[in-house]
Every structure is written in C-alpha cells, then in structure tokens.
Design a binder for this molecule. Structure first.
Ligand code: 4AD
Ligand code: MG
Length: 469
C-alpha cells in the first residue's frame, strides 16, 4: 500500500455507516462491491471492508482528477482507498455516504473475478473457498463464528473454568469408535517389518499415534486439579460419512468439571447454549437478520423462543417409547439398545418438542468406556443436546470415577489398562465425581445461522475426498 496515505482517520465501513461520524473527513479502505454511473456526471461506488454486512456508498464526482482514467472503470472486486466527507445520505437504504475528494485504485480485479453481482449457490462457492468470504453470506458467517468463539471464552471464564490446551497428536482413542487419522513418519512404500507385522517402534513416537478425536481424557486430568477447565481446539474424525453434519476436521469445546454430576452438566450446557444465542442475537443483529431473510425464514423467532423456555429433558428410554408410538415411518428401525439415527433425533427435537432437547441415560452398549454406569446396570449417565434442523450439537456424560467399575468396564470392552494407565491413576488418587461435554462448534454455527450444510460453517471444510485449499 502506498506510503503517502492521507492523514485522515482511517475508519471501518461499519463505523462510517453510523451517523455518529457525519460531516467528518475520513478515509475508508475496502473492496468494490458495485459501481454505477449516474447521468448527472458522477459514480456511486459501494465498498465493503468486512466490518459489516452493509456497504458504504461513495459518491465520486466526475470532476475528480482520475474520474475518466480510473473511477469510471472501477471493476467489482478491486481494492480502493477513498477519502472525503461523510454525509447523511439523501438516497434510501443507507444512513451515510462518503462524498469523495479522492479515490485511489490499489489493486485492480479483472473481469474474470468470479463473484460478480450474480448470486451463486453455496455448492459453487465451496469451489472458491478462498474468495467466498467476500460474499455477504460468508462474511456474515465469519463474523458470527468469531463472535461465538469469543463468547465461548467469556462464558467459561466467567463461570470459573480455565482454558487448557490438550494435545492434537495422541495415542489414545477417546471415543473408541476407531475413526482416527494415523500420524506417521514411516515410509509408506517401504514399511519396516518385524515378525510379519509393521514395526511401530520405528515410527516417530515409537508407537502408533493419531490425530485426536477429543481432548476429553486429558481435560479430565486438569479438571481433577484445577476443578474446572475447558478446551477449545481442532478435532479430527476419519468418519466416512458424507452428510451435511459431518466434517473430518472440526472444532470442539470441551468443558470438564470436578464435583459435577450429570444434572450439573446438563444445567451448564443449557446456560452455555443460551449465552451463545443471546450474544449473537444482540451483537450480530445485522448478520442474523440476513440469515433470517435469506437462509432460513423464521430463524430469529425460533432462536428467540429457545431463550424463553427451559430445555426439555427426556431419558433415552422415554425417547424410544415416544418414537415407537409416534406412528412415524423411519428409514432405520427404532429399538431399545440401538443408537438413535439423525432422523430419530430430528423427529424428537423438531416434531415432539419443537426446540432443544436433552436426552440422557443411554444404553451402555452404545457409549464409550468412560461414562458412569447407572444403578440399573444397563444405562450410563450420558447426555446429548439435540436441536432442530441439526440434531446433536452436544455429547457428554458424567465420568466413571469408581476405579473398580471403570476397570471392569474396560475389560468388558477389551481395552488394555496399560494404554490408559494415567487415566486410571486419576481414579486411584483423590477420585471425585466429575462431568463434562463436547460442543461441536460448526454444528452450533450451523444451527444458529440456519445454514443447511456444515461445510459452509467452517472456512475450509475437510470432508472425504476433499482437502482443497
Ligand atoms: O458426541 P461426541 O463424539 O463426544 C465426545 O467426543 C466427547 N469426548 C465429548 C466430551 O464429553 N468431552 O462429540 C461431541 C460433539 C458432537 O455432539 C457434535 O456436535 C460434534 O462433537 N461432532 C462433530 N461435528 C462435526 N463433524 C463431525 N464429524 C463430528 N463428530 C462429532
Ligand atoms: Mg455423540
């Protein structure tokens, strides 16, 4: 950028659009969204700099020195710096406009710039993930995602939780679902073999290691020292499911609290979700109106309703009874002891409850080893939070804190004690009841924005067969 920038204050489009700066001389910097010439001998240039959904209108008179040579041919996507006086706008649609006394072209965008005025589908825009943040939808998504991330930290800090960073490379499979990406430096075309098997001792870490599917087990070690902690980091799952709700790389927030039982955990999850909603509705109002108008009509009303009522709670067993007596045709049969499918979850939250729903006490056979066994011998103290349109956004549980029960459960599930020796130690030394959950960050972005595909809720989606950018 040129070094002889004017001395005028450089302000964002968001601030320039507020009437507070009227009659001040300012400078704005951004990218041209539209330009049209008026018969009266001037150009209207709309620029956006990412600070808000709305653009700033710049009025450039034909008397400007570079009007013929530059301004009258400014193309969509070009970057410019404009200075002048901010005025109350005479035209409709905006409160202010900039009466320019200088418009400088910084970077031209030739006519093949893909984001011309024409609207593109979200599928098409995925092919341009490097340019899509310059559209209204993805600008709004980025700002909402940013706000949510900040609120996550604010909420947990205010609740007395410490932010901890758990490892991204790990040797333990927290969820036991075998969906881990292997991390290796072994030469894949010439693997070291010992006694007919791959010699993993030659690998970088001396044993097989993976990208983490969850930071929970490590978070438990900090919760049983700091009392309360949370993680917020990337997690990876090599699930080969090409759905609108699954990513191979996604971000998860995992709070973990000592002396918390399942009911405390459920209450925390509800406060957390409501806080996220409240902040986004209050602080991203313009972006949220866009989603309400363009993406999912009725979105704002349905989100506001969530804030007004307590979340409904249903045990897994009650949920199965409701599904069985619903008279609804499902692709997957419902039976006690089988995992609920997306269609079942969506029936429960959309049709039965019409809002968020917490399901708890799932059969132990469909849940991981660490969940606390209930007295009935059949269920564990698990909880999932389901929301309309998306289904599960939170999965969590009370953890098994009883050493003997944990060991018996691991044996039942064929897990080796030596692989989890440090996790078992937490039960040997000052064990306490404790609980936590994981919130899928992109799932919550998806729910709050009403977007239909999770691939549009993360800047650069990673899905089976696709790791572009
Ligand atoms: O239910 P999950 O598998 O729970 C755990 O990983 C626990 N260890 C969390 C804990 O108790 N600390 O995953 C938690 C959440 C899900 O509810 C979902 O929102 C999200 O992570 N999630 C995914 N999001 C996008 N793509 C995927 N493939 C996801 N898998 C899970
Ligand atoms: Mg789950």
């Amino acid at each position: 950028m040129s070094s002889n920038a004017s001395k005028l204050p450089w302000i964002s489009v968001a601030v320039a659009r507020e009437a507070a700066s009227i009659d001040q001389r300012i400078e704005v910097r951004g990218w041209v969204r539209t330009r049209r010439d008026s018969k009266g001998g001037f150009s209207f240039i709309e620029i956006n700099d990412g600070s808000s959904m709305g653009n700033l209108q710049i009025v450039a008179q034909a008397t400007l020195e570079n009007y013929e040579s530059v301004i009258s041919s400014l193309s969509v996507g070009s970057s410019i710096v404009a200075s002048g006086t901010l005025k109350a706008s005479e035209g409709g649609g905006q409160a202010t406009e900039l009466a320019a006394d200088e418009v400088r072209l910084i970077g031209d965008a030739p006519a093949d710039f893909p984001l011309q005025k024409k609207r593109h589908t979200f599928e098409k825009l995925r092919e341009w993930a490097h340019l899509r943040p310059r559209t209204n939808s993805f600008g709004a998504l980025a700002r909402v995602r940013n706000r949510l991330a900040f609120s996550v930290h604010q909420f947990f800090q205010e609740e007395g939780f410490y932010y901890v960073n758990t490892p991204i490379i790990t040797a333990s499979d927290c969820e036991g679902a075998g969906q881990m990406f292997r991390v290796t430096t072994l030469p894949l075309d010439n693997l070291p073999i010992k006694e007919g098997k791959i010699d993993n001792s030659k690998d970088f870490f001396g044993k097989p290691s993976y990208l983490t599917v969850s930071g929970q087990l490590e978070a438990e070690t900090y919760a049983t020292a700091l009392g309360r902690c949370y993680t917020f980091g990337p997690t990876f799952r090599a699930e080969n499911s090409n759905t609108s709700r699954h990513l191979a790389e996604f971000w998860m927030i995992e709070p973990e609290a000592a002396f918390y039982e399942l009911s405390d955990n459920m209450a925390l999850a509800e406060r957390f979700i409501k806080r996220l909603l409240q902040d986004v509705l209050a602080l991203c109002a313009e972006d949220m109106s866009f989603f309400d108008e363009r993406v999912q009509p009725g979105l704002l009303d349905s989100l506001k309703l969530v804030l007004e009522k307590p979340f409904q709670h249903l045990s897994y067993t009650e949920a199965v009874d409701i599904l069985l007596s619903s008279g609804q045709k499902f692709d997957y049969p419902v039976a006690w002891g089988t995992d609920l499918q997306a269609e079942h979850e969506r029936y429960l939250t959309e049709k039965h409850v019409g809002g968020p729903l917490i399901l708890y006490n799932y059969p132990k056979t469909i849940k991981p080893f660490y969940m606390r066994c209930n007295e009935d011998g059949k269920t564990v103290a698990a909880m999932d939070v389901l929301v309309p349109n998306v289904g599960e956004i939170i999965g969590g549980s009370q953890r098994e804190e009883r050493l003997d029960v944990l060991l018996a459960r691991m044996k039942e599930m064929d897990l080796h004690e030596q692989d989890y020796w440090w996790y078992i130690d937490l039960r040997k030394y000052g064990s306490v009841p404790h609980s936590g959950f994981g919130l899928g960050f992109e799932r919550v972005v998806q729910w709050i924005t009403g977007m239909t595909n999770i691939r549009d809720c993360i800047p650069f989606p990673r899905t089976p067969g696709s790791a572009e950018f």
